[in-house]
Write a protein that binds this ligand. Structure first.
Ligand SMILES: CC(=O)N[C@H]1[C@@H](OP(=O)(O)OP(=O)(O)OC[C@H]2O[C@@H](n3ccc(=O)[nH]c3=O)[C@H](O)[C@@H]2O)O[C@H](CO)[C@@H](O)[C@@H]1O
Ligand SMILES: C=C(OP(=O)(O)O)C(=O)O
Length: 417
C-alpha cells in the first residue's frame, strides 16, 4: 500500500495551478447520461473518483474518451442500468447515476452506498424525491431498484440540505414532464455548475445557487461543451498549507468568489490575502498565525470539507481555536491521528477544541477519509521529522498530483510503496 513521507520544516512558496472541482465533475459526468448527443467536458481532474465514474459510465454502455483534462462522452447506447456494489463501495457519489439513468431510460439499479468514515450518509432524500416524481422504488439486497415511465414534475421540499440529493433530483427533473420545484435546495457552487452544464445542453433550469430551483422538463437533451469550475476545496487546502508553514503561495486557475468564508477565516487567522479574477495569494510574511472559531454549515457558510485542514491550522496557531462540525456526525477521525503527532486537541461533542502546540512531532499516521488525509499531510509539513501517512488511496480520490503540486512549492514529500 502506498504511503506519503512528509518531512516538515519547509515554508511553502510559489504558484500552484488548481484543478477542476471533483464535486462538480462527478455530477456533470453522471448527468451526461441524460444527453443523446456527444458531450465534451473540459477541466476534468485526474483523480481516482473520476476513474471510477468512467468505469461506471462504460459499464452502462457509454463511450468515454479522455485526453488529459478533456473528456468526451457519448451515452447514446446504454445497455446496462446497474451500478454495482464493487464500484459504489469505493465512491459514494455513484448515487448520482440514479436520477439520470431513471429519468432517461425508466430504470436504474444502484447499490446502496452505505456509510463511510465520516458518517452514516443515508440517501433517503434522493429516493423520496424520485418517488414524488412518480418512480417506483424498492430497496432490496443492498440495491436501490427504481422504475418509472416518464418522470413527472413535482414540488419537492427537501427535509435537509443535501448537495448530491439536490443534484440527483435536478438532473432527473430535466427530462421529466412538467415543472419541478426543489425547495431547501443546496446552494453549493457545484450545484450551480451542474445546472450550468445542463443549461448548456439545452435544459431549462432557474434558481440554481439559491434555495429554490425550478426545472421545466424537456423531451430530450442534446450534446454540447462545458468547462468544470475550479476546485474550491483543493484551493483552500493549499492556502491552509501555505498559512501553517508561514509561506507565500499563489493559487492560479481558481475562483476567489467561491471561497469567501474560507478567505475571511484565513484573514482572521492573520494571513495577508490578495485576489484577482482567477487567483488568490496568501502570504504570512512573518505574521503570527492566530487560532479561529469555525462552524461547518451548508454553503455559503464554512464548508465541512475544509474543517480537518482548519483543525491543523488551529493547532499550529497561537491561542485556542474551535472547530464545530454540524453536517456529519463522525468527521473527526483525523483528531486521534493528529494527537499521535502531539497535537493538543480535545473533542467535546461535535467540537474540537484546539490549543497551540509548540512542536508537532512526526509519527506514522493513517488516512481515514479524503480531507482527514489532507490534514495529516499538512500536519506533516510542519512537524519535526518525517511523517508517514498510510492509506493514501483516500487522498488520491480527490487531490490531483498533490505530492507534485506540494513539491513544486518547496515541500519535502515523497510517495513510496
Ligand atoms: C460528491 C460530493 O459532492 N460530496 C459532497 C457532498 O456530499 P453529500 O451530497 O453526500 O452530502 P449531503 O449534502 O447529502 O449531506 C448533508 C447531510 O444530509 C444528510 N443526508 C443527506 C442525504 C439524504 O438523503 N439524507 C440525509 O440525511 C447527510 O447524512 C449529511 O448529514 O456534500 C457534502 C456536504 O457539503 C460534502 O462534504 C461532500 O464532499
Ligand atoms: C466527503 C467528500 O467526498 P464524498 O462525498 O465523495 O465522500 C469530500 O469531497 O470531502
Amino acid at each position: 500500500m502506498q504511503q506519503f513521507l512528509v518531512t516538515g520544516g519547509a515554508e511553502l512558496r510559489g504558484e500552484v495551478t488548481i484543478s477542476g472541482a471533483k464535486n462538480a465533475a462527478l455530477p456533470i459526468l453522471f448527468a451526461s447520461i441524460l444527453s443523446e448527443g456527444q458531450v465534451l467536458i473540459d477541466n476534468v481532474p485526474e483523480l481516482k473518483d473520476i476513474d471510477t465514474t468512467f468505469k461506471l459510465l462504460r459499464q452502462f454502455g457509454a463511450t468515454v474518451e479522455r485526453q488529459g483534462h478533456q473528456v468526451q462522452i457519448h451515452a447514446a447506447a446504454i445497455n446496462s442500468y446497474q451500478a454495482s456494489y464493487d464500484l459504489v463501495k469505493t465512491m459514494r457519489a455513484s448515487i448520482l447515476a440514479l436520477g439520470p439513468l431513471l429519468s432517461r431510460f425508466g430504470q436504474a439499479e444502484v447499490s446502496l452506498p452505505g456509510g463511510c468514515a465520516i458518517g452514516a450518509r443515508p440517501v433517503n432524500l434522493h429516493i423520496d424525491g424520485l418517488r414524488k416524481m412518480g418512480a417506483e422504488i424498492t430497496v432490496e439486497n443492498g440495491y436501490i431498484k427504481a422504475r418509472s415511465s416518464r418522470l413527472k414534475g413535482a414540488h419537492i421540499v427537501m427535509d435537509m440540505v443535501s448537495v448530491t440529493g439536490t443534484e440527483n433530483l435536478m438532473a432527473a427533473a430535466v427530462l421529466a414532464s412538467g415543472t419541478t420545484i426543489i425547495e431547501n435546495a443546496a446552494r453549493e457552487p457545484e450545484v450551480t455548475d451542474l445546472a450550468n452544464f445542463l443549461i448548456a445542453l439545452g435544459a431549462r433550469i432557474e434558481g440554481a445557487g439559491t434555495d429554490t430551483i425550478r426545472i421545466e422538463g424537456i423531451e430530450r437533451l442534446g450534446g454540447g461543451q462545458y468547462r468544470v469550475l475550479p476546485d474550491r476545496i483543493e484551493t483552500g487546502t493549499f492556502l491552509v498549507a501555505a498559512a501553517v508553514t508561514g509561506g507565500d503561495v499563489t493559487c492560479r486557475n481558481t475562483q476567489p468568489g467561491e471561497l469567501e468564508v474560507v478567505l475571511d477565516k484565513l484573514r482572521e487567522a492573520g494571513a495577508d490575502i490578495s485576489t484577482g479574477e482567477d487567483w488568490i495569494r496568501l502570504s504570512m510574511a512573518g505574521r503570527t498565525l492566530k487560532a479561529v472559531q469555525v462552524k461547518t454549515v451548508p454553503h455559503p457558510g464554512f464548508p465541512t470539507d475544509m474543517q480537518a485542514q482548519f483543525t491543523v491550522l488551529n493547532v499550529v496557531a497561537q491561542g485556542v481555536g474551535t472547530v464545530t462540525e454540524t453536517i456529519f456526525e463522525n468527521r473527526f477521525m483525523h483528531v486521534p491521528e493528529l494527537q499521535r503527532m502531539g497535537a493538543r486537541i480535545q473533542l467535546e461533542g461535535n467540537t474540537a477544541v484546539c490549543q497551540h502546540t509548540e512542536h508537532l512531532t512526526a509519527a506514522q499516521v493513517m488516512a481515514t477519509d479524503l480531507r482527514a488525509s489532507a490534514s495529516l499531510v499538512i500536519a506533516g509539513l510542519v512537524a519535526d521529522g518525517t511523517t508517514v501517512v498510510d492509506r493514501i488511496y483516500h487522498i488520491d480520490r480527490g487531490y490531483e498530483q498533490i505530492e507534485h503540486k506540494l513539491a513544486g512549492l518547496g515541500a519535502r514529500i515523497e510517495r513510496v510503496g
